[in-house]
Design a protein around this ligand. Structure first.
Ligand code: FAD
Length: 402
């Protein structure tokens, strides 16, 4: 694979960084304090093309590669984790499966406004009694005439307090296990939907997280996304993309932590010289940089593999295998490896950044404090690190058996 950026990619990243420097960065600390992302940021990110990077042109998207989208995600994450999460939940977690599987008329109706940042979506999987074990979802969809009636509760959902649409994973009344799980698009202004209040969190405070309650919420037949029973697979496919994006988030956080730390270590003096001249501080920088580079490489290779996988599937060769050194590659497991590695490293790097700043690192006026609080989520959301290890181990054990 080739890590060189084309002139076009380089230009896009430079322009996008300029935009983030001007619009996102200066507002990040206040958004965290107010626990709210400025609403026009969704629209501005739509206008510069970020929201629709991975979407088709017919919906207002850019049809970028995963490689290109990942580069932009790294940049946004350097400036504001909350914005990265809320926009990702809306356009990726919600918008992605809707674009691929929803009724085409419904998708054409919803997606352009979503990508312009005028409306907001969320993916509602987690429930009070089940998170990691997605197959145990209890939210219920009952047939009623041509349509369905939805009952249940979702929790810890990014954007739930402010969303216009939710993609809800529910169990068809007749079934058990993962095979009866089905996704529905719900317009949350419908009768029978209640938004919970934003929950208080240790990090990502500007990205609203909360509950959704469904009480006899009537859904039209078009609300079903894909076929009955396809929901579990759809959510797992979406999680693979989320894991790549979360790895980009972690890499962006590491880059920001490193940049702030390098600058501070040259400015701050202790014992008559810049702290960078003390070997233990310089070694912190070396550890941070090495972890950042290792994450970047695994992340970009995974993005590149996902692009190859997408090319093969769009050519109708769904069964075609990606090979490396004579072995087939499990791309979903590779995305889990990328998230596992970069979320572990990002927590360690953010910790080093706070340590390197001394007392200043504990103060909210320095961005490393927010980066440290925010990045913990990456070891939990999109499947915990323990679940990523299960996925990676399972893929490898299966390979030996084969
Ligand atoms: C800020 C935030 C935003 C979120 N946004 C969304 C969203 O937009 N949509 C959504 O649907 N969900 C969302 N979530 C929920 C998130 O996906 C879940 O919290 C996560 O999947 C873990 O589920 P859980 O909290 O139920 O933990 P549990 O499943 O109860 O796990 C608790 C502990 O047990 C471990 N564990 C569980 N099962 C196993 C196992 N088989 N082997 C080893 N260890 C295991 C876990 O790793 C963890 O350490 C969000 C969560 C947060 C905090």
């Amino acid at each position: 694979m080739d890590f060189d950026l084309s002139n076009e990619d380089q230009e896009f990243v430079t322009q996008f960084r300029r935009f983030c420097d001007k619009e996102i960065g200066p507002a990040a600390a206040e958004a965290d304090l107010k626990e709210e992302i400025p609403r026009d940021h969704y629209k501005k990110l739509g206008a510069v093309g970020y929201n629709g990077l991975l979407h088709k042109r017919e919906f207002g998207g850019q049809e970028a590669t995963y490689f290109q989208a990942t580069l932009a995600q790294i940049v946004l994450s350097e400036y504001c984790g909350s914005t990265f999460f809320s926009v990702g939940a809306s356009c990726g977690l919600f918008g992605g499966p809707v674009a691929r599987y929803a009724n085409p008329a419904l998708a054409r109706n919803i997606l352009p406004g979503l990508l312009r940042g005028e409306t907001i979506g969320c993916l509602a999987v987690t429930e009070p009694d089940t998170g990691s074990d997605v197959s145990a979802i209890r939210c219920k969809a009952t047939r009623s005439g041509d349509g369905y009636v939805l009952n249940g509760q979702k929790t810890y959902i990014t954007n739930a307090p402010i969303c216009d649409f939710a993609l809800v994973l529910a169990r068809l009344e007749t079934g058990e296990g993962a095979g009866s799980l089905t996704c529905f698009v719900v317009d949350t202004s419908r009768p029978g939907v209640v938004h919970g209040k934003p929950m208080k969190k240790m990090g990502l405070r500007a990205s609203p997280t909360g509950e959704l309650f469904f009480e006899n919420c009537k859904l039209d037949p078009e609300a079903i996304v894909g076929r009955p029973g396809q929901g579990f697979r759809m959510v797992m496919e979406t999680f693979q993309q989320e894991r790549l994006a979360l790895s980009a988030y972690c890499t962006g956080v590491m880059q920001a932590c490193f940049d702030h730390s390098r600058r501070y270590s040259k400015e701050r003096k202790a014992f008559g010289r810049p702290i960078a001249k003390h070997q233990s501080v310089a070694f912190m920088l070396a550890d941070m940089k090495t972890k950042l580079e290792a994450s970047y490489l695994l992340l970009m290779e995974t993005a590149w593999l996902m692009d190859r996988q997408r090319e093969l599937s769009s050519g109708g060769k769904l069964k075609a295998k990606l090979m490396h050194n004579g072995c087939d590659i499990d791309v979903a497991a590779r995305a889990s490896e990328a998230k596992l590695l970069s979320s572990t490293y990002a927590r360690e790097v953010a910790n080093l950044a706070v340590q390197l700043h001394g007392g200043a690192g504990f103060m909210e006026e320095f961005p490393v404090a927010r980066l440290y609080r925010d990045v913990k989520i990456a070891e939990i959301g999109g499947g915990t690190s323990e679940i990523q290890k299960q996925i990676v181990a399972h893929a490898e054990i299966k390979r030996v058996r084969d």
